[in-house]
Design a protein around this ligand. Structure first.
Ligand SMILES: C[S@@+](CC[C@H](N)C(=O)[O-])C[C@H]1O[C@@H](n2cnc3c(N)ncnc32)[C@H](O)[C@@H]1O
Length: 255
């Protein structure tokens, strides 16, 4: 399967989503609250869903896996709590950018103003984060190497509606999370046939089968729902065009 996330346009948009400040991201007339734009969405996924009180001790042994990490901001955020973070994505260009951010702490990026006019900005990992805790690799989340994990934390942000078989992916999560460990999932349930054949959508076809209830039903056997939050996110296409999504964020505890 070729990645649909290999264009310079998407690389710029995701570097902005992950590392952009309000100055780079926002138009003065943008009618979106600061709570959505002041902290990048991937950072909020960790801040709002991970429950640090439930992490095991000693901290030096806490491990995390992130799948579909894009350009890495949530993996770096996980490293505030977890000593070893394995992060992967199917896009080679996203992982190359994440690896550069890991080694240098910064990466110059391009944001579109209009047409072909662009401006540069610097994506920066917060300096207090120990970047050596994180490793990045190109991997297909639907065929992870056998014997991986289990981990104390697993994060998959806005990935499940980008997979060819969402149910198969969900059914493999339990073996990757330690008993008592945390599974963090976010998804706006944007079902599109270019990613997921219609017969594999877990919901969104009949009004009596909604995706949120189906997600909860499918995970509830092996996990207990601990937190459930709406997590808005803003993808800036150019100076005057944005996509506003509202992901459903959940934190699950492995039984
Ligand atoms: C909607 S983006 C979300 C990225 C990131 N988690 C975030 O919230 O900003 C979906 C991501 O999943 C990745 N992806 C798509 N299919 C994948 C697969 N089979 N295995 C791993 N990553 C995949 C894409 O390359 C992209 O980075």
């Amino acid at each position: 399967m070729a990645s649909l996330y290999e264009s310079p346009k998407l690389l710029g948009e995701y570097l902005l989503l992950h590392y952009g400040g309000e100055r780079e991201l926002c138009h003065p007339a943008l009618p979106v609250p600061a709570s959505v734009t002041s902290v990048p969405f991937p950072v909020r996924c960790v801040q709002e869903l991970l429950d640090p009180a439930l992490l095991p001790s000693p901290p030096s042994e806490i491990t995390a896996l992130e799948v579909g990490c894009a350009v890495g901001a949530s993996a770096f955020e996980l490293a505030r709590h977890c000593h070893r973070v394995e992060a992967s994505d199917y896009s080679a260009s996203f992982i190359a950018a994440a690896q550069r951010l890991r080694s240098k702490g910064h990466h110059s990026a391009t944001r579109l103003l209009e047409g072909t006019i662009t401006a540069q900005f610097e994506a920066i990992v917060p300096p207090e984060i120990d970047r050596t805790r994180v490793s990045f690799s190109v991997q297909d989340a639907t065929s992870l190497p056998a014997g991986m994990g289990p981990f104390d934390v697993l994060l998959a942000a806005n990935l499940i509606c980008r997979l060819p078989d969402t149910e198969a992916f969900l059914s493999k999560l339990a073996v990757l999370v330690k008993p008592g460990g945390q599974l963090l999932l976010t998804t706006p349930f944007t079902w599109l046939e270019e990613y997921t054949p219609r017969e594999r959508w877990i919901g969104g076809i009949n009004a009596d089968r909604r995706s949120e209830e189906e997600l909860i039903r499918r995970l509830s056997g092996e996990f207990r729902l601990h937190r459930c939050r709406d997590l808005p996110f803003l993808i800036r296409e150019h100076e005057r065009k944005y996509q506003l999504g509202i992901a459903l964020g959940t934190c699950w505890i492995r039984r």
